[in-house]
Design a protein around this ligand. Sequence first.
Ligand SMILES: NC(=O)CC[C@H](N)C(=O)O
Length: 364
Amino acid sequence: MTALLVLEDGRTFTGETYGASGETFGEAVFNTGMTGYQETLTDPSYHRQVVVMTAPHIGNTGVNGEDDESGRIWVAGYVVRDPARSPSNWRSTGGLAERLADEGIVGISGIDTRALTRHLRERGAMRVGISTTLGREDLLARVLEQPPMEGSDLVGEVTTTEPYTVAAEGGHRFTVAAIDLGIKRNTPRRLAARGVTTHVLPATATIDDISASGADAVFLSNGPGDPATADRAVALTRQVLERGIPLFGICFGNQILGRALGFGTYKLKYGHHGINSPVLDRVTGKVEVTAHNHGFAVDAPLDGRADTPYGAVEVSHVCLNDNVVEGVRCLEKKAFSVQYHPEAAAGPHDADYLFNRFVEVIGA
Ligand SMILES: NC(=O)CC[C@H](N)C(=O)O
């Protein structure tokens, strides 16, 4: 069946249905990962985004029962060039097109994803629609009705309704309260491997809920939407800082810590979505290759230290491609965060040391 993709500036691509038929809308972003499509699709941070894969062959290894990063597919739509016709892998339990269809995810295949990516890189991330039924003009009109990503408050749509616990492996050392702003499954796993029991709490958790969980430290997860809307998480983070509870944040969590410290956040032109971005850890001087998925960034000074109500703060990590702030750390509090993904699902494991750093900070 023919499918149509229309961007908000009118650029149009015609391809074939991939996954479910019908209509879908979201913010178009491109992901440059050569592997890890199942983790990408199930990452709650992609809620309300239509993901364009730059790797031309998608679905080669099918889907399996182990690689989901949450309980469902979250992308609003999926755009690929050349889908696998017969997936093959020893872990595979089915095909990707079938999984997309089962979960009602509308996609499109057979389009020039390189041209689409170059367009997004030149013009910036923008709203998009995919349809198997509407004509171009009707689809464009619907795209223009959609809310932009800037100003979108989406945490409440992805957070867990009930708290749950991921137990430490091989002997309990510490307890962490993880605020679920859209958490990926691999994060509590990386903590569990270090003897940390994680209580995952809904985004509505209060400082009293954190105390009641017996937590030695707090973790702020990744998550979808515009961090400028996440006032509740920012207020909670300030209470955590005031009480001197150790804190570590990833991605959305980095933006929340940044805001709690008094910095602003801003929208990047087309964001960082991939698994090979070079980041400098200014604390050690080492460069790591890292997994990214962010459309916003923290506006903190790259040179010198900033004075904040919580003491001196410095930018600890910088992206070497474009000098975007990739991490902040408090020098007078046990609090730090990174904009990228040390849990690396998917992605290289270079940044795994950050979980060690967190455990060291808790134990110090
Ligand atoms: N992966 C994330 O946590 C993304 C954070 C935020 N939604 C952004 O796009 O920048």
